[in-house]
Design a binder for this molecule. Structure first.
Ligand SMILES: C[S@@+](CC[C@H](N)C(=O)[O-])C[C@H]1O[C@@H](n2cnc3c(N)ncnc32)[C@H](O)[C@@H]1O
Length: 301
């Protein structure tokens, strides 16, 4: 296993939240460097089973040799289909540690980082889908502005879109370097890094259809969990956290509360923690990525 592939975030808190019993059936929908999966496996015994998903083939280098383990190289939006394929009927806990891994940022060929030049790609699954360059060069101006506003919460989303549309009419924008040259002048020096992180986040979410995949996975997870089973999710930005909070509180991703005859909100979950769990100072110092992590744990009722 490549040791610096990814440092797991909120490892103990999240795996403890899964309430693991040695003979249980578990799913980790975001295998990555396998940090959480290996911790889960260390708690399994006779009859225990772990299925882990990752849509990125690079994660395959981290697959552990363990008889209790099955790797599924797929987008987690197909959770339902793959559980059926692997004859899993009811799951005891499902873990999702969303977003990209450090490996994605470290490999400049993947185009996730603004710290190194490379192709404007950003696909987690290198074999399918559209690239960030396809989005930047192909989307209409209005659609581009909307995605920067919605997924990056950028105030100057319209200006950003208009600069890109003007530039691409002269020359295709294919590399991170070209892209940065165009967008950097729109931000003040002081806030440059923070704003660029938002621009890159917005493109990444669009390229990987992250919101759609998350919603589909959460519905499939709700269906797959047995009564008393646990849903454990680590998010890294407010858009993801809102969706997770909604499904726990209301049973749907929009957060539309439907009440029963007595006025109680009908939801398939009981929140185990009402306040999100965050990394302590020691973890943030050791692993700065954990700074924005929020952990929610819910029990299926
Ligand atoms: C934050 S990392 C997980 C790290 C992992 N928990 C560990 O300890 O190493 C997220 C991983 O999930 C994968 N991923 C993100 N969205 C996905 C999706 N929709 N379907 C499948 N895999 C996904 C990414 O490729 C990445 O490897």
């Amino acid at each position: 296993m490549e040791t610096n592939y990814h440092i797991p975030v909120l490892l103990k808190q999240s795996v403890d939240g899964m309430n693991i019993v040695p003979s249980g059936t578990y799913v980790d929908v975001t295998f990555g460097g396998g940090g959480h999966s290996c911790e889960i496996l260390s708690r399994l015994g006779e009859g225990g089973r772990l299925l882990s998903f990752d849509q990125d083939e690079d994660a395959e280098q981290n697959i552990p040799a363990d008889p209790h383990f099955t790797f599924v190289r797929s987008n987690f939006r197909y959770l339902h289909n793959f559980l059926r394929y692997h004859k899993v009927e009811a799951v005891d806990a499902i873990l999702a540690d969303l977003g990209v891994s450090s490996h994605h940022f470290d490999d400049s060929e993947r185009g996730f980082s603004f710290r190194a030049d490379g192709p404007l790609d950003m696909r987690m699954n290198k074999r399918a889908g559209i690239t960030a360059a396809d989005v930047v060069n192909g989307y209409e101006e209005e659609r581009l502005a909307n995605l920067f506003y919605l997924y990056g919460e950028l105030k100057n989303s319209r200006k950003l879109a208009s600069v890109l549309v003007k530039a691409r009419s002269k020359e295709k924008i294919s590399t991170i370097g070209q892209f940065l040259e165009l967008v950097k002048p729109l931000f003040g020096r002081e806030r440059e890094k923070k704003e660029l992180a938002k621009v890159f986040q917005a493109l990444r979410i669009e390229v990987n259809q992250e919101m759609e995949a998350l919603k589909e996975m959460l519905y499939a997870a709700t269906e797959a969990l047995r009564t008393g089973g646990r849903l454990v999710v680590i998010t890294y930005h407010s858009l993801e956290d809102r969706i997770v909070k909604n499904i726990i509180k209301t049973g749907n991703v929009e957060g539309k509360a439907e009440k029963d005859f007595y006025g109680n909100v009908q939801t398939p979950f009981r929140a185990v923690n009402n306040k999100v769990i965050v990394a302590d100072e020691e973890e943030v110092e050791r692993n700065p990525r954990s700074r924005s992590a929020k952990l929610r744990i819910a029990e299926k009722i």
